[in-house]
Structure formats: structure tokens, C-alpha cells
Design a binder for this molecule. Structure first.
Ligand code: ZN
Length: 261
């Protein structure tokens, strides 16, 4: 079965900026989903901030293998309850791909536990993205590097935890560098942060960017059933121990009691 991929867009600059509309007439989320649907192994649909429950109902998320997150101007408008729901699904094994300015999204900051801050400049400068591990599945079909002729600069220090793997590092015309492709795991869920994507340049029409996104969805998809009990903390009484066990010492808790949180 094709990997069920949901492209979530905040859909703000897409509607309010003529520049962005010219590049992405149906919104960035639609362009990203169209790129993914070129791959027969993927089945991508879209949801936006303005949908009921931001388009991220329990059922929709349960039927999503990999979620792609675009946000920039309206991070604060995303409901904390929905962020809880997305986090739970990541812990259960749903893949998450976080794009560009979504480094400041509630869900990414929550999952990273760090400020996720960086420095930036909007000057349309050239970006060269170097592949750090040519054997990584996310960069298959990409050469030693690829270039974007016009990009917004993101520079280090990028205040994120040390990743599982740094897959891409960017160099910018103005001299800065940035870790632009990073992998994480939280609970059973695999996470990929991918830097390219400023709205005023046709980044998601670029063939190398589209290739990385397709690869990343395949990488982030978990083949295992959802680990729905991942946040449970059951008490296991003495009489259920696998080996005969004699109770020693005083206790605070009763058998079978719910854990404290
Ligand atoms: Zn940007």
C-alpha cells in the first residue's frame, strides 16, 4: 500500500502574498503534495490551519503514516490540544518531516525541547547543500551536493539537540553554514528537519528538493503497527513478576495503582 502522507500547511502567506501566489497558485502544501504524488509509492493529501481541528482530527492522524509540516507566520495559532495529538502520534510511530521556518513550530520545539533558534537573512543568495553521508536513504539520487540559486540564509548556531545523523550541510553565498538536513527519533517516530523552503522562491518546484522529500517520506515511514500504549506507565505487582519475588521494604503505592505524573 502506498505510504499515506499528509502535507500540512499554515496557508497564510500563500493567500496574502501576491509573490507567493504567483509561485504556488494552489498553496505551498498543494505543490509539495503534487511533487510527492509523482512517486507511485506515495499517496499525499493536504490539510491547512483553517480546517476544522486544523485538518488534524484523531481519525485523519490515525490514517497518516508520515506528516509534513509547513508553518511560518501563525505558529501561535496552532491549538495546543492538536499539538498534543500530533506529538502522541509521533511517539506511536508516525513519521514527521519539518520544513524550513517550521523550526519554530510548536510541535518541533516540543519534540526537540530546545529553543530551535538560528540566524537568518533574506537576500536571495545562493545556497549549496552538501551531502554528508552519500549512503543515507534520504539523499539517494542526489549528487555530492545540489544548489538553490536563490534562498533565504539560515545560519548556525541552530539551537537543536545533537541529531541521530546530519545528512546535509548548507553553505551560503554570504559565508554562513547551517545543518540543513537532520534526523531524530522521538518514541517510535522518525523525524527529519529539512531547511529549504522560503516562500518567495520556487524551492518546492526544484527537482533535488522534491527528490529529498520523496526519499524522506520513505525513510520516515514505520513498518510496525502504531505503539498506542507508548505513554502508558503500568504498575506491575509483585505477584505478576516473571520470577518468584519476595516483597522487601516499605511502599508508597498499592498494587495496580496509576503512576504519578
Ligand atoms: Zn523563510
Amino acid at each position: 500500500m502506498a505510504i499515506r502522507t499528509l502535507v500540512w500547511g499554515e496557508n497564510v502567506h500563500d493567500r496574502e502574498s501576491k509573490i507567493v501566489q504567483n509561485i504556488y497558485p494552489d498553496g505551498m502544501h498543494t505543490a509539495i503534495a503534487d511533487g510527492l504524488n509523482e512517486d507511485d509509492g506515495l499517496s499525499a493529501s493536504t490539510a491547512v490551519l483553517q480546517d476544522v481541528e486544523h485538518g488534524l482530527t484523531e481519525q485523519r492522524l490515525a490514517e497518516t503514516d508520515v506528516l509534513i509540516w509547513w508553518g511560518h507566520a501563525a505558529h501561535g495559532d496552532v491549538s495546543d490540544d492538536i499539538v498534543d495529538r500530533v506529538q502522541q502520534r509521533v511517539w506511536e510511530g508516525m513519521g514527521l518531516i519539518v520544513l524550513h521556518s517550521a523550526h519554530f513550530s510548536k510541535i518541533f520545539r516540543r519534540l526537540m525541547g530546545t529553543p530551535c533558534s538560528l540566524c537568518w537573512r533574506e537576500a536571495g543568495e545562493r545556497e549549496r547543500l552538501w551531502v554528508i553521508n552519500p549512503a543515507h536513504p534520504i539523499v539517494q539520487g542526489i549528487g555530492p551536493y545540489f544548489e538553490l540559486p536563490n534562498a533565504e540564509m539560515y545560519g548556525e548556531p541552530f539551537a537543536v539537540p545533537e541529531p541521530m545523523e546530519t545528512v546535509l550541510v548548507s553553505w551560503f553565498e554570504g559565508g554562513e553554514v547551517f545543518r540543513s538536513g537532520l534526523t531524530y527519533q522521538r518514541g517510535a517516530g522518525k523525524i527529519f528537519y529539512f531547511r529549504p523552503g522560503h516562500e518567495t522562491y520556487p524551492i518546492y518546484h526544484n527537482e533535488d528538493v522534491k527528490r529529498v522529500l520523496k526519499n524522506a517520506v520513505h525513510w520516515a515511514r514505520s513498518a510496525a503497527p502504531a505503539w498506542t500504549s507508548v505513554d502508558d506507565a503500568p504498575n506491575r505487582p509483585v505477584d505478576q513478576a516473571l520470577e518468584p519475588l519476595e516483597e522487601k521494604g516499605p511502599r508508597l503505592h498499592k498494587d495496580g495503582e496509576a503512576g504519578l505524573r
